[in-house]
Design a protein around this ligand. Structure first.
Ligand code: SF4
Length: 380
């Protein structure tokens, strides 16, 4: 155990306002009383195909009077999801899956998919396959994944993901973190989570989770919370409190999100997101190009447009809020989109599946409609 113990009472939320307690989730659209019944009936076919789930807290952020409300766009099903578009596993995670729940794409990094649920289901989710019936991609036996990490000395970085690892019980999460800390070659443990947006009370109200994070994150090795805020409106008072609490527990926080049409495809919204996340202590790390996932037609933003949006968002933002990298998580690696001119789109392999591509600079014929690497013609 690490000794960075913090008396959780000293980390108690400073603003005690609570509209909804944690753990209150709705999975049946017919229970969303703020929506007219006719609309709920119209969307039943969509939620039958791609599951719906939201916390009462998160639904409380929706402005139901605005049909284009970005929080609504993120969480509420829409008919356009039924359009024929995309693939379930758009970046072919299957080819990196070495056993149920374990992905090993880059030598130093392993992903442990811990759970097949999230605190809400983002409509644009690139792993929505996990939430479908008859999906068995995630193993309930995390011990096998941990043994895989233990046996592979080249793995120094483990990302707990899913689904959302903060939906595991605190006891289960403690077992996983403690087991990973006992593996000498694991230096970095990251937890990918949107719970601070969907239900910040998961952290604010659970003193055992707070103690666990304080124990596990210290000078000898930090826990990184890779948080996921898509829109500044998600950074509510409780969400900011939760980020602040995580920091005081010794955790390092960074934000990452995709560019999503109808949610944050606006330079002013992105600038405010970058500024706010930077100010509250979870600066933007990556902005992702949205994957062409099944059902994601209404959320697509072309690569060139995404680049323009982020460049414009950076203009006028403070230096610290400009650090976000615009990347595409492609089957061949993680490419940073570094430039666009009249004729070309320029990218650089930030991570590459094939070591020969590491840091390789590549260019493609400019195509303003393209949304994924496979749509582009490579020139160099
Ligand atoms: S939080 Fe991540 S994994 Fe969960 S639904 Fe949203 S995009 Fe998918």
């Amino acid at each position: 155990m690490r000794s960075n113990h913090i008396d959780s009472r000293s980390c108690a939320p400073r603003h005690g306002r609570r509209s909804t307690r944690r753990g209150s989730f709705i999975t049946d659209l017919s229970r969303v009383s703020a929506m007219p019944e006719s609309e709920r009936e119209r969307l039943a076919e969509v939620s039958d195909r791609f599951a719906f789930r939201a916390s009462e807290y998160y639904l409380g952020l929706v402005d139901w009077s605005d049909p284009e409300d970005p929080i609504r766009a993120l969480i509420v099903p829409r008919l356009e999801e039924l359009e024929d578009f995309g693939r379930l596993d758009a970046s072919n995670e299957a080819c990196n899956t070495v056993m149920p729940g374990v992905q090993h794409k880059y030598p130093d990094t392993a992903l442990l998919l811990c759970i097949e649920a999230c605190g809400g289901y983002c409509r644009y989710c690139f792993r929505k396959r996990l939430f479908m019936r008859d999906n068995h991609e995630v193993s309930r036996d995390l011990g096998a994944g941990i043994a895989y990490v233990r046996d592979h000395l080249e793995i120094t970085d483990v990302l707990l993901t899913g689904g959302d690892p903060l939906l595991l019980s605190t006891r289960k999460l403690a077992e996983v973190l403690q087991a990973l800390r006992e593996i000498p070659h694991v230096r970095t443990v990251r937890i990918g989570t949107k719970m601070l947006a969907f239900d910040p009370f998961r952290l604010l109200d659970d003193t055992e989770l707070q103690e666990l994070l304080a124990e596990q994150s210290g000078p000898g090795g930090r826990i990184y919370l890779m948080v996921h805020f898509d829109h500044p409106r998600e950074l509510t008072e409780p969400a900011i409190e939760a980020v602040d609490l995580a920091i005081r527990l010794g955790v390092i926080c960074a934000n990452q999100c995709p560019v999503v049409a109808g949610v944050n495809d606006d330079p002013d919204v992105l600038r405010e997101l970058f500024e706010t996340t930077s100010n509250v202590g979870c600066p933007q790390y990556y902005v992702f190009q949205g994957r062409p996932t099944l059902g994601n037609a209404p959320f697509r933003v072309p690569i060139v447009r995404g680049f323009e949006l982020i460049s414009e968002a950076h203009r006028g933002a403070s230096g610290l809020a400009r650090r976000a990298r615009f990347v595409m998580s492609h089957e061949s690696g993680k490419l940073e989109i570094v430039g666009v001119d009249e004729e070309r789109i320029y990218m650089r392999y930030h991570r590459a599946k094939d070591a020969a591509d590491e840091n390789r600079f590549v260019s493609f014929a400019r195509d303003d409609e393209a949304i994924w690497l496979d749509d582009l013609e490579r020139l160099s």
